[in-house]
Design a protein. Structure first.
Length: 411
C-alpha cells in the first residue's frame, strides 16, 4: 500500500455569528467575526505546505443558509487554492448545511467531491489504494443510523468512513445519525472521520475514530484550542497529529476570593489567574470569562456596580496582555450573612427555573427579568454584559446575586 497523508476537518460553520461577545472595540470584535474564515484559510495553507494527498470535511461547512453569496465565494476561493495544489476535497453535508437547508449555491472547482444524501456513496483513489465512504444529510434532523448502511470495505485498500454523527450521544450536541463504535467497527474500515461534535476526541484506536472538533470556537462553551487532524499512513501504520488553526480563543478562569480581600487584592488575583493564558496565546486574541466566587464584604457593592467592576477586571486582563478581552464577569459571591427573606426569594427563583430548565421561553423570560432588576440598581448590569448563550443555571445565579444586592440596600 502506498504511503499518503490527508487532512480531516469538520464543522467549519462558515457564516456563524459569534455569540455573547460585548466587545466595545470594533477592531477587536472584527477579529472574532472573521476568525472562522481565517482559521479555514490557515488550514488550507497547511494542507498545501504539508503536500497532503487529499482533504476530508465531515459536515457543516456552512452554519446555515447564506444571507448572500459571500460565504460561498469564500469557500470557492479556498477550494480553488487546493485545486491549484492538486489536492482533491471530499465532503458531505451535516445538520447545519443539509440539502434542505442551503438554498443558494456557487459552482465549486472540479477537485471538490460531495457524497450523496440519499444513500451512502464511495470514491476510489486508485493510485493510493484508498476508498472513501460517506453519506450527507438530506434534512437537518437525521434520526436514522446511517453507519450500518455503509458499504463493505474494498479488500486490501485503506478504507475511510466519513460521517456526521453524535455517536451514542455527546452533550450538548443533538443526537443526529446515532450509532455506536461497534456499528462503525462492523464496517471493517481503517479510519473513521467524524464530524458534529465540536471538541477534539480520539474515540477509539481500533479502528481509529476521531472527532477533530471545530476549527474555531464561537462562544464561551467552545473553549480552548481548536483545529483539525493530519493523518499519515506509512507502511500500514496510521499516525495522527492535531493541527491548531484557531485565530481567537475563548477561555474561562475561576477565582475564589476571601472575606479579607479588598478591591486591590481581588484585581491582583485576577492578574495572577490570567497570566497562564497570556503565556499560551501565541498571537491569538482571547475572550476570557472571569468567574468570581467566595464570601466577601464587597458583595453588595460589586453586585450594584457591575459595570465598573467589569471594566476594572478587563483592565486587569489588559495589564497582563493587551489581547486578552473580558467576555463576561460572572459573580457567584456570598455576603458574610444573607437576610432570610433574600435567601428565600433566591431559593424560590432557583427552584422555579430548575423546574423549567429545558424551556427556552422560560429562560428567555428569566433573562428579561434579570435585565429589569439590573437596571434598577446603580451602575447596573446592562444588556451588553449578558452573553446570548448563558445557561439557565447561570441566569439563576445572576438573579440571585441581584436579589441579594437589592436586599442589602443597593437598589
Amino acid at each position: 500500500m502506498p504511503s499518503f497523508s490527508f487532512i480531516h476537518a469538520a464543522d467549519l460553520h462558515l457564516g456563524s455569528p459569534f455569540q455573547g461577545l460585548a466587545l466595545k472595540d470594533a477592531a477587536v470584535a472584527a477579529v472574532f467575526v472573521e476568525a472562522s474564515r481565517k482559521a479555514f484559510s490557515t488550514l488550507v495553507g497547511l494542507a498545501i505546505e504539508r503536500r497532503v494527498d487529499f482533504f476530508v470535511i465531515a459536515g457543516d461547512v456552512y452554519d446555515g443558509d447564506w444571507k448572500d453569496n459571500k460565504i460561498g465565494l469564500f469557500f470557492n476561493r479556498e477550494m480553488a487554492r487546493l485545486e491549484r495544489a492538486d489536492i482533491p476535497v471530499y465532503l458531505l453535508r451535516g445538520n447545519h448545511d443539509a440539502a434542505s437547508v442551503i438554498t443558494k449555491t456557487i459552482t465549486l472547482p472540479s477537485n471538490v467531491h460531495e457524497f450523496p444524501t440519499g444513500k451512502p456513496g464511495s470514491v476510489r483513489l486508485e493510485a493510493l489504494q484508498v476508498a472513501l465512504h460517506g453519506q450527507g444529510f438530506a434534512e437537518r434532523s437525521a434520526n436514522d443510523n446511517l453507519a450500518i448502511s455503509y458499504p463493505a470495505p474494498v479488500s486490501g485498500w485503506f478504507n475511510i468512513g466519513i460521517l456526521h454523527t453524535s455517536l451514542t450521544g455527546r452533550e450538548p450536541h443533538a443526537p443526529y445519525a446515532p450509532c455506536s463504535v461497534d456499528d462503525l467497527r462492523s464496517r471493517g474500515y481503517d479510519y473513521w472521520a467524524l464530524g458534529h461534535v465540536h471538541d477534539y476526541e480520539v474515540v477509539a484506536q481500533d479502528p481509529i475514530v476521531i472527532f477533530p472538533g471545530n476549527l474555531q470556537g464561537r462562544n464561551i462553551r467552545e473553549r480552548g484550542a481548536k483545529g483539525a487532524v493530519l493523518v499519515t499512513v506509512e507502511d500500514g501504520r496510521i499516525d495522527h497529529e492535531r493541527l491548531i488553526v484557531d485565530e481567537a480563543r475563548f477561555a474561562q478562569v475561576d477565582i475564589v476570593v476571601s472575606p479579607d480581600d479588598d478591591q486591590a487584592a481581588i484585581l491582583r488575583h485576577v492578574e495572577q489567574a490570567v497570566q497562564p493564558f497570556a503565556d499560551e496565546m501565541a498571537g491569538r486574541m482571547t475572550a476570557l470569562r472571569v468567574r468570581l466566587s467566595g464570601v466577601t464584604l464587597l458583595h453588595g457593592a460589586m453586585a450594584a456596580n457591575r459595570q465598573q467592576w467589569r471594566d476594572e477586571v478587563e483592565a486587569a486582563c489588559h495589564r497582563v496582555h493587551e489581547d486578552i478581552w473580558l467576555e463576561k464577569l460572572e459573580l457567584r459571591l456570598e455576603p458574610p450573612s444573607e437576610k432570610a427573606a433574600d435567601a428565600d426569594g433566591a431559593l424560590d427563583l432557583r427552584q422555579l427555573l430548575a423546574e423549567h430548565a429545558g424551556d427556552a421561553d422560560i429562560a428567555a423570560e428569566a433573562g428579561r427579568l434579570i435585565d429589569e432588576i439590573a437596571v434598577r440598581l446603580p451602575g447596573g448590569l446592562g444588556a451588553t454584559d449578558m452573553p446570548l448563550d448563558d445557561s439557565v443555571d447561570t441566569l439563576i445565579e445572576e438573579a440571585r446575586q441581584l436579589l441579594l444586592a437589592r436586599g442589602q440596600g443597593a437598589g
